[in-house]
Design a protein around this ligand. Structure first.
Ligand code: HEC
Ligand code: HEC
Ligand SMILES: [Cu+2]
Length: 482
Protein backbone atom coordinates (compact mmCIF):
# COMPACT_ATOMS: atom_id res chain seq x y z
CA UNK A 1 0.00 0.00 0.00
CA UNK A 2 2.61 2.46 1.13
CA UNK A 3 4.94 1.62 -1.76
CA UNK A 4 2.16 2.24 -4.25
CA UNK A 5 1.47 5.60 -2.76
CA UNK A 6 5.10 6.70 -3.13
CA UNK A 7 5.11 5.51 -6.73
CA UNK A 8 2.03 7.53 -7.51
CA UNK A 9 3.55 10.59 -5.94
CA UNK A 10 6.83 10.34 -7.81
CA UNK A 11 4.95 9.70 -11.04
CA UNK A 12 2.97 12.83 -10.45
CA UNK A 13 6.06 14.93 -9.83
CA UNK A 14 7.71 13.47 -12.94
CA UNK A 15 4.64 14.47 -14.91
CA UNK A 16 4.82 17.92 -13.41
CA UNK A 17 8.48 18.30 -14.41
CA UNK A 18 7.80 17.16 -17.99
CA UNK A 19 4.82 19.51 -18.19
CA UNK A 20 6.90 22.43 -16.91
CA UNK A 21 9.63 21.74 -19.46
CA UNK A 22 7.08 21.79 -22.28
CA UNK A 23 5.58 24.98 -20.93
CA UNK A 24 8.98 26.65 -20.78
CA UNK A 25 9.81 25.49 -24.32
CA UNK A 26 6.61 27.26 -25.39
CA UNK A 27 8.37 30.49 -24.44
CA UNK A 28 11.00 30.23 -27.19
CA UNK A 29 10.92 33.32 -29.41
CA UNK A 30 10.93 30.95 -32.38
CA UNK A 31 7.44 29.71 -31.52
CA UNK A 32 4.88 31.00 -34.04
CA UNK A 33 2.67 32.37 -31.31
CA UNK A 34 5.40 33.67 -29.04
CA UNK A 35 5.28 37.37 -28.21
CA UNK A 36 9.07 37.52 -27.89
CA UNK A 37 10.45 37.04 -31.40
CA UNK A 38 8.76 40.22 -32.60
CA UNK A 39 8.63 41.41 -36.22
CA UNK A 40 7.31 44.95 -35.87
CA UNK A 41 7.63 48.08 -33.72
CA UNK A 42 4.27 47.76 -31.94
CA UNK A 43 4.88 44.17 -30.88
CA UNK A 44 8.45 44.95 -29.84
CA UNK A 45 7.40 47.93 -27.72
CA UNK A 46 4.83 45.68 -26.07
CA UNK A 47 7.49 43.02 -25.48
CA UNK A 48 9.88 45.64 -24.05
CA UNK A 49 7.18 46.80 -21.68
CA UNK A 50 6.62 43.23 -20.57
CA UNK A 51 10.36 42.74 -19.95
CA UNK A 52 10.52 45.97 -17.93
CA UNK A 53 7.58 45.03 -15.71
CA UNK A 54 8.90 41.50 -15.37
CA UNK A 55 12.33 42.80 -14.30
CA UNK A 56 10.77 45.03 -11.65
CA UNK A 57 8.69 42.08 -10.43
CA UNK A 58 11.82 39.90 -10.22
CA UNK A 59 13.67 42.49 -8.13
CA UNK A 60 10.69 42.84 -5.78
CA UNK A 61 10.34 39.07 -5.54
CA UNK A 62 14.01 38.55 -4.69
CA UNK A 63 14.05 41.36 -2.12
CA UNK A 64 10.89 40.18 -0.36
CA UNK A 65 11.83 36.49 -0.38
CA UNK A 66 15.38 37.24 0.82
CA UNK A 67 14.07 39.36 3.69
CA UNK A 68 11.55 36.67 4.55
CA UNK A 69 14.13 33.88 4.63
CA UNK A 70 16.69 35.96 6.50
CA UNK A 71 14.22 37.07 9.14
CA UNK A 72 12.65 33.67 9.69
CA UNK A 73 16.07 32.08 10.23
CA UNK A 74 17.64 34.84 12.27
CA UNK A 75 14.67 35.49 14.54
CA UNK A 76 13.26 31.97 14.74
CA UNK A 77 12.10 30.81 18.15
CA UNK A 78 14.84 29.17 20.17
CA UNK A 79 14.59 27.01 23.29
CA UNK A 80 14.10 29.10 26.39
CA UNK A 81 12.93 32.17 24.45
CA UNK A 82 10.41 34.27 26.30
CA UNK A 83 7.36 35.77 24.65
CA UNK A 84 8.66 38.78 22.61
CA UNK A 85 7.78 42.38 23.48
CA UNK A 86 4.21 43.05 22.32
CA UNK A 87 3.72 46.12 20.10
CA UNK A 88 1.10 47.74 17.91
CA UNK A 89 1.78 49.99 14.88
CA UNK A 90 4.99 51.55 13.60
CA UNK A 91 4.56 54.78 11.70
CA UNK A 92 8.00 54.79 10.05
CA UNK A 93 7.65 51.25 8.74
CA UNK A 94 4.10 51.76 7.51
CA UNK A 95 4.95 54.94 5.62
CA UNK A 96 7.95 53.20 4.05
CA UNK A 97 6.02 50.21 2.80
CA UNK A 98 3.30 52.41 1.38
CA UNK A 99 5.70 54.71 -0.48
CA UNK A 100 7.90 51.99 -1.99
CA UNK A 101 5.06 50.15 -3.83
CA UNK A 102 3.57 53.49 -4.94
CA UNK A 103 6.89 54.47 -6.52
CA UNK A 104 7.18 51.05 -8.18
CA UNK A 105 3.66 51.37 -9.58
CA UNK A 106 4.50 54.78 -11.04
CA UNK A 107 7.49 53.20 -12.80
CA UNK A 108 5.13 50.60 -14.26
CA UNK A 109 2.26 52.98 -15.05
CA UNK A 110 4.12 55.63 -17.03
CA UNK A 111 5.42 53.45 -19.90
CA UNK A 112 2.18 51.40 -19.88
CA UNK A 113 -0.05 54.44 -20.35
CA UNK A 114 2.27 55.95 -22.96
CA UNK A 115 2.06 52.64 -24.87
CA UNK A 116 -1.72 52.42 -24.62
CA UNK A 117 -2.19 56.02 -25.79
CA UNK A 118 0.12 55.63 -28.76
CA UNK A 119 -1.89 52.55 -29.86
CA UNK A 120 -5.28 54.16 -29.29
CA UNK A 121 -4.55 57.41 -31.11
CA UNK A 122 -4.22 55.71 -34.47
CA UNK A 123 -1.28 55.78 -36.84
CA UNK A 124 0.97 58.86 -36.40
CA UNK A 125 1.20 61.01 -39.53
CA UNK A 126 4.91 60.42 -40.11
CA UNK A 127 4.64 56.66 -40.63
CA UNK A 128 3.74 56.70 -44.31
CA UNK A 129 0.62 55.85 -46.29
CA UNK A 130 -1.84 53.87 -44.20
CA UNK A 131 -3.47 50.67 -45.45
CA UNK A 132 -7.04 50.38 -44.11
CA UNK A 133 -8.51 46.97 -43.41
CA UNK A 134 -11.79 46.01 -41.78
CA UNK A 135 -11.47 42.77 -39.88
CA UNK A 136 -14.71 41.04 -38.89
CA UNK A 137 -14.84 38.18 -36.41
CA UNK A 138 -17.29 35.31 -36.94
CA UNK A 139 -17.74 32.02 -35.12
CA UNK A 140 -15.07 30.75 -36.03
CA UNK A 141 -13.29 32.55 -38.82
CA UNK A 142 -12.01 35.96 -39.84
CA UNK A 143 -13.19 38.13 -42.72
CA UNK A 144 -10.91 40.84 -44.13
CA UNK A 145 -12.17 43.74 -46.22
CA UNK A 146 -9.67 46.04 -47.94
CA UNK A 147 -11.80 49.13 -48.46
CA UNK A 148 -8.93 50.97 -50.24
CA UNK A 149 -8.67 48.28 -52.91
CA UNK A 150 -12.14 46.69 -52.93
CA UNK A 151 -10.71 43.30 -52.08
CA UNK A 152 -12.45 40.87 -49.76
CA UNK A 153 -10.91 37.71 -48.37
CA UNK A 154 -10.97 35.46 -45.34
CA UNK A 155 -8.60 33.76 -42.92
CA UNK A 156 -5.46 34.77 -44.83
CA UNK A 157 -4.38 38.37 -44.62
CA UNK A 158 -1.83 39.98 -46.95
CA UNK A 159 -0.07 43.22 -45.99
CA UNK A 160 2.93 45.18 -47.25
CA UNK A 161 6.16 45.42 -45.28
CA UNK A 162 7.03 48.73 -43.62
CA UNK A 163 3.63 50.33 -44.18
CA UNK A 164 1.29 51.05 -41.28
CA UNK A 165 -1.87 48.95 -41.40
CA UNK A 166 -4.89 50.28 -39.58
CA UNK A 167 -7.57 47.77 -38.62
CA UNK A 168 -11.18 48.54 -37.87
CA UNK A 169 -12.28 45.61 -35.75
CA UNK A 170 -15.84 44.37 -35.40
CA UNK A 171 -17.75 41.17 -34.91
CA UNK A 172 -20.92 39.79 -36.39
CA UNK A 173 -21.82 37.53 -33.47
CA UNK A 174 -20.01 37.30 -30.13
CA UNK A 175 -16.90 38.97 -28.72
CA UNK A 176 -13.69 37.83 -30.39
CA UNK A 177 -10.18 39.24 -30.05
CA UNK A 178 -7.72 40.11 -32.79
CA UNK A 179 -4.14 39.09 -32.07
CA UNK A 180 -1.04 38.64 -34.18
CA UNK A 181 1.50 37.88 -31.44
CA UNK A 182 4.58 38.82 -33.44
CA UNK A 183 3.09 42.02 -34.91
CA UNK A 184 0.61 43.47 -32.41
CA UNK A 185 -1.98 42.51 -29.92
CA UNK A 186 -4.58 42.21 -28.75
CA UNK A 187 -7.84 44.12 -29.14
CA UNK A 188 -11.38 42.80 -28.74
CA UNK A 189 -13.72 42.50 -31.71
CA UNK A 190 -17.08 43.52 -30.29
CA UNK A 191 -20.48 43.43 -32.04
CA UNK A 192 -21.97 46.89 -32.66
CA UNK A 193 -18.89 48.68 -31.36
CA UNK A 194 -15.85 49.25 -33.58
CA UNK A 195 -12.40 49.03 -32.06
CA UNK A 196 -9.11 49.97 -33.70
CA UNK A 197 -5.60 48.61 -33.77
CA UNK A 198 -2.63 49.35 -36.01
CA UNK A 199 0.60 47.59 -36.77
CA UNK A 200 3.69 47.71 -38.92
CA UNK A 201 5.55 44.61 -40.07
CA UNK A 202 9.32 44.95 -40.40
CA UNK A 203 9.94 41.55 -41.94
CA UNK A 204 8.67 39.72 -44.99
CA UNK A 205 7.19 36.38 -43.96
CA UNK A 206 4.27 34.40 -42.61
CA UNK A 207 2.86 35.16 -39.17
CA UNK A 208 0.20 33.50 -37.04
CA UNK A 209 -2.94 35.15 -35.80
CA UNK A 210 -5.33 33.82 -33.20
CA UNK A 211 -8.64 34.74 -31.66
CA UNK A 212 -7.75 35.59 -28.06
CA UNK A 213 -11.18 35.77 -26.44
CA UNK A 214 -13.13 32.61 -25.68
CA UNK A 215 -15.93 32.63 -28.23
CA UNK A 216 -17.48 29.17 -28.21
CA UNK A 217 -16.76 25.52 -28.97
CA UNK A 218 -14.10 26.01 -31.64
CA UNK A 219 -12.51 29.15 -30.25
CA UNK A 220 -9.09 27.49 -30.16
CA UNK A 221 -9.51 26.68 -33.86
CA UNK A 222 -10.18 30.25 -34.85
CA UNK A 223 -6.86 31.32 -36.28
CA UNK A 224 -5.58 33.17 -39.31
CA UNK A 225 -2.36 33.83 -41.17
CA UNK A 226 -0.68 37.10 -42.03
CA UNK A 227 1.53 37.20 -45.09
CA UNK A 228 3.89 40.17 -45.20
CA UNK A 229 5.15 41.11 -48.67
CA UNK A 230 7.43 43.71 -50.17
CA UNK A 231 5.25 46.62 -51.32
CA UNK A 232 5.38 45.65 -55.01
CA UNK A 233 4.51 42.01 -54.28
CA UNK A 234 1.59 43.21 -52.18
CA UNK A 235 0.31 45.35 -55.05
CA UNK A 236 0.73 42.36 -57.36
CA UNK A 237 -1.42 40.33 -54.95
CA UNK A 238 -4.11 43.04 -55.04
CA UNK A 239 -3.98 42.88 -58.84
CA UNK A 240 -4.40 39.13 -58.77
CA UNK A 241 -7.42 39.45 -56.52
CA UNK A 242 -9.00 41.47 -59.33
CA UNK A 243 -8.13 38.87 -61.98
CA UNK A 244 -10.93 36.32 -62.50
CA UNK A 245 -10.16 32.60 -62.36
CA UNK A 246 -10.20 30.72 -65.68
CA UNK A 247 -13.38 28.69 -66.10
CA UNK A 248 -12.69 24.94 -65.85
CA UNK A 249 -12.22 22.91 -69.04
CA UNK A 250 -15.35 20.96 -70.02
CA UNK A 251 -15.77 17.40 -68.73
CA UNK A 252 -13.10 17.62 -66.08
CA UNK A 253 -13.41 17.02 -62.33
CA UNK A 254 -13.15 20.81 -61.94
CA UNK A 255 -16.12 21.48 -64.24
CA UNK A 256 -18.26 18.89 -62.46
CA UNK A 257 -17.10 20.40 -59.15
CA UNK A 258 -18.16 23.85 -60.33
CA UNK A 259 -21.75 22.67 -60.88
CA UNK A 260 -21.85 20.85 -57.57
CA UNK A 261 -20.47 23.90 -55.81
CA UNK A 262 -23.07 26.15 -57.42
CA UNK A 263 -25.86 23.83 -56.34
CA UNK A 264 -24.71 23.03 -52.80
CA UNK A 265 -22.32 25.67 -51.55
CA UNK A 266 -22.74 28.94 -53.44
CA UNK A 267 -25.66 30.13 -51.32
CA UNK A 268 -23.18 30.82 -48.52
CA UNK A 269 -19.82 31.10 -50.27
CA UNK A 270 -19.05 33.69 -52.94
CA UNK A 271 -16.03 32.61 -54.95
CA UNK A 272 -15.75 35.22 -57.69
CA UNK A 273 -15.37 38.63 -56.06
CA UNK A 274 -12.93 39.90 -58.66
CA UNK A 275 -14.96 42.25 -60.83
CA UNK A 276 -15.65 45.92 -60.07
CA UNK A 277 -18.70 46.18 -57.88
CA UNK A 278 -18.31 42.68 -56.48
CA UNK A 279 -16.86 44.11 -53.27
CA UNK A 280 -19.95 46.03 -52.23
CA UNK A 281 -22.16 43.26 -53.62
CA UNK A 282 -20.44 40.71 -51.36
CA UNK A 283 -20.81 42.91 -48.30
CA UNK A 284 -24.54 43.26 -49.01
CA UNK A 285 -24.89 39.56 -49.72
CA UNK A 286 -23.11 38.65 -46.48
CA UNK A 287 -25.52 40.93 -44.62
CA UNK A 288 -28.46 39.25 -46.33
CA UNK A 289 -27.12 35.79 -45.44
CA UNK A 290 -26.54 36.90 -41.88
CA UNK A 291 -30.03 38.40 -41.49
CA UNK A 292 -31.51 35.22 -42.89
CA UNK A 293 -29.70 33.25 -40.19
CA UNK A 294 -30.64 35.68 -37.41
CA UNK A 295 -34.31 35.40 -38.45
CA UNK A 296 -34.28 31.64 -37.98
CA UNK A 297 -31.07 30.25 -36.52
CA UNK A 298 -32.47 26.72 -36.49
CA UNK A 299 -33.72 26.38 -40.04
CA UNK A 300 -31.90 28.96 -42.12
CA UNK A 301 -30.03 27.40 -45.04
CA UNK A 302 -27.89 30.54 -45.20
CA UNK A 303 -25.31 32.12 -42.95
CA UNK A 304 -22.39 34.45 -43.60
CA UNK A 305 -19.38 32.41 -44.71
CA UNK A 306 -15.77 32.81 -45.83
CA UNK A 307 -15.31 34.35 -49.27
CA UNK A 308 -13.55 31.70 -51.36
CA UNK A 309 -12.27 33.92 -54.19
CA UNK A 310 -8.92 32.42 -55.30
CA UNK A 311 -9.15 29.90 -52.49
CA UNK A 312 -6.68 27.75 -54.43
CA UNK A 313 -3.93 30.24 -53.56
CA UNK A 314 -4.49 29.77 -49.83
CA UNK A 315 -2.14 27.65 -47.76
CA UNK A 316 -4.52 26.81 -44.93
CA UNK A 317 -7.97 25.35 -44.39
CA UNK A 318 -10.54 25.77 -41.63
CA UNK A 319 -9.22 29.23 -40.63
CA UNK A 320 -5.58 28.43 -40.28
CA UNK A 321 -5.76 25.02 -38.64
CA UNK A 322 -4.92 22.58 -41.46
CA UNK A 323 -2.69 22.66 -44.48
CA UNK A 324 -4.73 23.20 -47.64
CA UNK A 325 -4.50 20.18 -49.93
CA UNK A 326 -6.90 17.85 -51.72
CA UNK A 327 -6.92 15.24 -48.94
CA UNK A 328 -7.75 17.68 -46.14
CA UNK A 329 -10.28 19.48 -48.29
CA UNK A 330 -12.09 16.21 -49.00
CA UNK A 331 -12.17 15.51 -45.27
CA UNK A 332 -13.56 18.99 -44.59
CA UNK A 333 -16.30 18.77 -47.22
CA UNK A 334 -17.29 15.22 -46.28
CA UNK A 335 -17.60 16.01 -42.57
CA UNK A 336 -16.36 19.38 -41.25
CA UNK A 337 -16.58 18.15 -37.64
CA UNK A 338 -13.57 15.86 -38.16
CA UNK A 339 -11.53 19.06 -38.44
CA UNK A 340 -13.61 21.55 -36.47
CA UNK A 341 -16.49 20.96 -34.07
CA UNK A 342 -19.75 22.86 -34.27
CA UNK A 343 -19.32 24.87 -37.49
CA UNK A 344 -22.33 26.77 -38.79
CA UNK A 345 -21.47 25.28 -42.17
CA UNK A 346 -22.37 21.81 -40.99
CA UNK A 347 -25.28 22.99 -38.87
CA UNK A 348 -27.04 25.09 -41.53
CA UNK A 349 -26.13 23.82 -45.00
CA UNK A 350 -28.84 21.68 -46.65
CA UNK A 351 -26.18 19.30 -47.91
CA UNK A 352 -25.36 18.24 -44.31
CA UNK A 353 -29.00 17.80 -43.39
CA UNK A 354 -28.51 14.04 -43.12
CA UNK A 355 -28.94 11.49 -40.34
CA UNK A 356 -25.20 11.40 -39.50
CA UNK A 357 -24.46 15.02 -40.43
CA UNK A 358 -22.12 13.99 -43.24
CA UNK A 359 -22.36 15.49 -46.71
CA UNK A 360 -25.09 14.14 -48.93
CA UNK A 361 -22.58 13.72 -51.77
CA UNK A 362 -20.68 10.75 -53.20
CA UNK A 363 -16.93 10.37 -52.70
CA UNK A 364 -16.28 11.30 -56.30
CA UNK A 365 -18.53 14.36 -56.08
CA UNK A 366 -16.66 15.53 -52.98
CA UNK A 367 -13.34 14.96 -54.73
CA UNK A 368 -14.56 16.97 -57.75
CA UNK A 369 -15.60 19.89 -55.55
CA UNK A 370 -12.18 19.82 -53.85
CA UNK A 371 -10.41 19.90 -57.24
CA UNK A 372 -12.61 22.78 -58.29
CA UNK A 373 -11.84 24.80 -55.15
CA UNK A 374 -8.12 24.17 -55.56
CA UNK A 375 -8.36 25.41 -59.15
CA UNK A 376 -9.65 28.81 -58.00
CA UNK A 377 -6.63 30.97 -58.84
CA UNK A 378 -6.05 34.13 -60.84
CA UNK A 379 -6.51 33.10 -64.47
CA UNK A 380 -4.97 34.12 -67.74
CA UNK A 381 -8.17 35.87 -68.77
CA UNK A 382 -9.37 33.06 -71.07
CA UNK A 383 -12.90 33.24 -72.45
CA UNK A 384 -15.71 31.33 -70.80
CA UNK A 385 -16.02 27.88 -72.34
CA UNK A 386 -19.62 26.75 -72.57
CA UNK A 387 -19.74 23.38 -70.96
CA UNK A 388 -22.54 21.84 -72.99
CA UNK A 389 -23.87 18.76 -71.30
CA UNK A 390 -23.73 16.13 -74.05
CA UNK A 391 -27.30 15.41 -75.01
CA UNK A 392 -28.54 12.50 -77.04
CA UNK A 393 -31.58 14.42 -78.22
CA UNK A 394 -33.54 14.27 -74.97
CA UNK A 395 -32.55 16.25 -71.91
CA UNK A 396 -33.94 15.05 -68.61
CA UNK A 397 -34.82 18.46 -67.20
CA UNK A 398 -36.26 16.95 -64.04
CA UNK A 399 -32.89 15.32 -63.28
CA UNK A 400 -30.96 18.50 -64.13
CA UNK A 401 -33.20 20.39 -61.72
CA UNK A 402 -32.72 17.78 -59.00
CA UNK A 403 -28.89 18.02 -59.17
CA UNK A 404 -28.46 21.75 -59.73
CA UNK A 405 -31.44 23.57 -58.36
CA UNK A 406 -33.21 21.45 -55.74
CA UNK A 407 -30.87 22.54 -52.92
CA UNK A 408 -32.40 26.01 -53.17
CA UNK A 409 -35.80 25.50 -54.85
CA UNK A 410 -38.64 23.15 -53.97
CA UNK A 411 -41.06 22.04 -56.67
CA UNK A 412 -44.02 23.25 -54.59
CA UNK A 413 -44.47 26.38 -52.50
CA UNK A 414 -41.85 25.75 -49.81
CA UNK A 415 -39.10 28.32 -49.59
CA UNK A 416 -35.65 26.77 -49.17
CA UNK A 417 -33.17 29.46 -50.19
CA UNK A 418 -35.09 30.70 -53.21
CA UNK A 419 -38.84 30.70 -53.95
CA UNK A 420 -40.63 27.40 -54.55
CA UNK A 421 -41.10 26.69 -58.26
CA UNK A 422 -44.73 25.56 -57.95
CA UNK A 423 -47.01 27.69 -60.13
CA UNK A 424 -44.17 29.80 -61.49
CA UNK A 425 -45.87 29.81 -64.89
CA UNK A 426 -48.63 31.97 -63.44
CA UNK A 427 -46.37 34.62 -61.93
CA UNK A 428 -43.33 34.66 -64.23
CA UNK A 429 -45.06 36.76 -66.90
CA UNK A 430 -45.86 39.52 -64.37
CA UNK A 431 -42.42 39.75 -62.80
CA UNK A 432 -40.73 42.10 -65.27
CA UNK A 433 -42.74 44.18 -67.68
CA UNK A 434 -41.89 43.46 -71.28
CA UNK A 435 -40.66 39.92 -70.58
CA UNK A 436 -42.83 36.89 -71.30
CA UNK A 437 -42.92 34.08 -68.71
CA UNK A 438 -40.53 32.10 -70.89
CA UNK A 439 -38.08 34.98 -71.30
CA UNK A 440 -38.20 35.84 -67.61
CA UNK A 441 -37.47 32.31 -66.45
CA UNK A 442 -34.72 31.97 -69.04
CA UNK A 443 -33.09 35.20 -67.84
CA UNK A 444 -33.52 34.19 -64.20
CA UNK A 445 -31.45 31.08 -64.87
CA UNK A 446 -28.63 32.46 -67.02
CA UNK A 447 -28.33 35.85 -65.39
CA UNK A 448 -30.07 35.74 -62.00
CA UNK A 449 -28.49 38.97 -60.75
CA UNK A 450 -30.44 40.94 -63.38
CA UNK A 451 -33.76 40.55 -61.52
CA UNK A 452 -33.76 39.75 -57.84
CA UNK A 453 -37.08 38.58 -56.46
CA UNK A 454 -37.99 40.87 -53.58
CA UNK A 455 -37.36 39.51 -50.12
CA UNK A 456 -34.73 36.99 -51.24
CA UNK A 457 -30.96 37.20 -50.89
CA UNK A 458 -29.03 37.65 -54.16
CA UNK A 459 -27.24 34.33 -53.90
CA UNK A 460 -28.41 32.39 -56.95
CA UNK A 461 -25.44 31.44 -59.16
CA UNK A 462 -25.65 31.93 -62.96
CA UNK A 463 -26.26 28.76 -64.95
CA UNK A 464 -25.29 29.84 -68.49
CA UNK A 465 -22.64 27.13 -68.37
CA UNK A 466 -25.38 24.47 -68.49
CA UNK A 467 -25.68 25.33 -72.17
CA UNK A 468 -28.55 26.77 -74.13
CA UNK A 469 -30.28 23.48 -74.83
CA UNK A 470 -30.38 22.46 -71.20
CA UNK A 471 -31.59 25.87 -70.03
CA UNK A 472 -34.41 25.77 -72.59
CA UNK A 473 -35.37 22.32 -71.40
CA UNK A 474 -35.38 23.60 -67.80
CA UNK A 475 -37.63 26.54 -68.71
CA UNK A 476 -40.10 24.23 -70.41
CA UNK A 477 -40.04 21.89 -67.43
CA UNK A 478 -40.61 24.73 -64.95
CA UNK A 479 -43.53 26.02 -67.03
CA UNK A 480 -45.34 22.70 -66.47
CA UNK A 481 -45.23 22.92 -62.67
CA UNK A 482 -48.52 23.58 -60.96
C1 HEC B 1 -24.99 27.37 -44.64
C2 HEC B 1 -23.87 28.06 -45.24
C3 HEC B 1 -22.76 27.20 -45.85
C4 HEC B 1 -22.88 26.31 -46.88
C5 HEC B 1 -24.12 25.93 -47.65
C6 HEC B 1 -21.54 25.82 -47.11
N1 HEC B 1 -20.65 26.41 -46.25
FE1 HEC B 1 -18.62 26.22 -46.27
N2 HEC B 1 -18.48 27.38 -44.66
C7 HEC B 1 -19.52 28.01 -44.02
C8 HEC B 1 -19.04 28.62 -42.80
C9 HEC B 1 -19.88 29.40 -41.79
C10 HEC B 1 -17.66 28.35 -42.75
C11 HEC B 1 -16.69 28.75 -41.63
C12 HEC B 1 -16.60 27.58 -40.69
C13 HEC B 1 -15.66 27.78 -39.56
O1 HEC B 1 -14.46 27.88 -39.82
O2 HEC B 1 -16.13 27.83 -38.42
C14 HEC B 1 -17.33 27.59 -43.94
C15 HEC B 1 -16.04 27.21 -44.27
C16 HEC B 1 -15.71 26.59 -45.47
C17 HEC B 1 -14.37 26.35 -45.94
C18 HEC B 1 -13.09 26.76 -45.22
C19 HEC B 1 -12.66 28.13 -45.67
C20 HEC B 1 -11.33 28.54 -45.10
O3 HEC B 1 -10.88 29.65 -45.43
O4 HEC B 1 -10.71 27.81 -44.34
C21 HEC B 1 -14.48 25.69 -47.13
C22 HEC B 1 -13.35 25.22 -48.01
C23 HEC B 1 -15.88 25.49 -47.39
N3 HEC B 1 -16.61 26.07 -46.37
C24 HEC B 1 -16.40 24.82 -48.47
C25 HEC B 1 -17.75 24.54 -48.65
C26 HEC B 1 -18.25 23.64 -49.65
C27 HEC B 1 -17.42 22.87 -50.65
C28 HEC B 1 -19.61 23.64 -49.52
C29 HEC B 1 -20.63 22.84 -50.31
C30 HEC B 1 -20.49 21.40 -50.28
C31 HEC B 1 -19.95 24.55 -48.44
N4 HEC B 1 -18.78 25.06 -47.93
C32 HEC B 1 -21.24 24.87 -48.07
C33 HEC B 1 -20.84 28.05 -44.44
C34 HEC B 1 -21.36 27.27 -45.46
C1 HEC C 1 -27.75 28.73 -54.27
C2 HEC C 1 -29.17 28.69 -54.31
C3 HEC C 1 -29.85 28.62 -55.67
C4 HEC C 1 -29.61 27.71 -56.66
C5 HEC C 1 -28.63 26.55 -56.65
C6 HEC C 1 -30.55 28.01 -57.70
N1 HEC C 1 -31.30 29.11 -57.36
FE1 HEC C 1 -32.79 29.95 -58.44
N2 HEC C 1 -33.03 31.40 -57.06
C7 HEC C 1 -32.37 31.45 -55.87
C8 HEC C 1 -32.81 32.62 -55.13
C9 HEC C 1 -32.30 33.04 -53.74
C10 HEC C 1 -33.77 33.25 -55.92
C11 HEC C 1 -34.56 34.54 -55.58
C12 HEC C 1 -33.64 35.72 -55.69
C13 HEC C 1 -33.29 36.02 -57.11
O1 HEC C 1 -34.18 36.44 -57.87
O2 HEC C 1 -32.12 35.83 -57.48
C14 HEC C 1 -33.90 32.46 -57.13
C15 HEC C 1 -34.75 32.74 -58.18
C16 HEC C 1 -35.01 31.90 -59.24
C17 HEC C 1 -36.04 32.10 -60.21
C18 HEC C 1 -37.04 33.22 -60.23
C19 HEC C 1 -38.17 32.80 -59.35
C20 HEC C 1 -39.33 33.75 -59.27
O3 HEC C 1 -40.26 33.44 -58.51
O4 HEC C 1 -39.30 34.81 -59.91
C21 HEC C 1 -35.96 31.02 -61.09
C22 HEC C 1 -36.83 30.77 -62.28
C23 HEC C 1 -34.89 30.19 -60.64
N3 HEC C 1 -34.33 30.75 -59.50
C24 HEC C 1 -34.49 29.01 -61.26
C25 HEC C 1 -33.43 28.25 -60.87
C26 HEC C 1 -32.96 27.08 -61.57
C27 HEC C 1 -33.61 26.51 -62.81
C28 HEC C 1 -31.86 26.62 -60.93
C29 HEC C 1 -30.99 25.45 -61.29
C30 HEC C 1 -30.40 25.45 -62.58
C31 HEC C 1 -31.67 27.47 -59.78
N4 HEC C 1 -32.60 28.46 -59.79
C32 HEC C 1 -30.66 27.29 -58.87
C33 HEC C 1 -31.40 30.58 -55.40
C34 HEC C 1 -30.88 29.51 -56.13
CU1 LIG D 1 -13.22 34.05 -31.63
Amino acid sequence: MKKNFINKKSKLSLLFIVFSIFTIFGCTPENNQSTFGTAGPIASSQADLFILIFAIAVVVFIAVEAALIYISIKFRRREGDKLPYQTHGNKKLEITWTIIPAVILIFVAVPTLVGIWSQQNGVPDDKGQVLNIEAVGHQWWFEFRYSDYEVITSNELHIPKGRPVSFKLSSQDVIHSFWVPKLAGKVDMVPLNDNYIWMIADEVGEFYGQCAEFCGTSHAHMRFRVFVHEEEDFLAWVDQMHTPADPPMPNTPESRGQMLFAANCSMCHTNNSTTPGSYIMEINTQDARWNNWVDDTENSALVSAPNLTHFGTHTTLGSGIKELNHENLVEWIADPSTIKQGTRMQKQAMVYNTRDGKANLTDSEISDIAYYLLSLKPGSGAEMVIDDIPSDGLIDAEAVFATNCAACHSLGNDVIVGPGMGGIKDRAGDRVSGLSAYEYIYESIVEPQAYIVEGYPPVMPAWASLGDETVNALVEYLLTLE
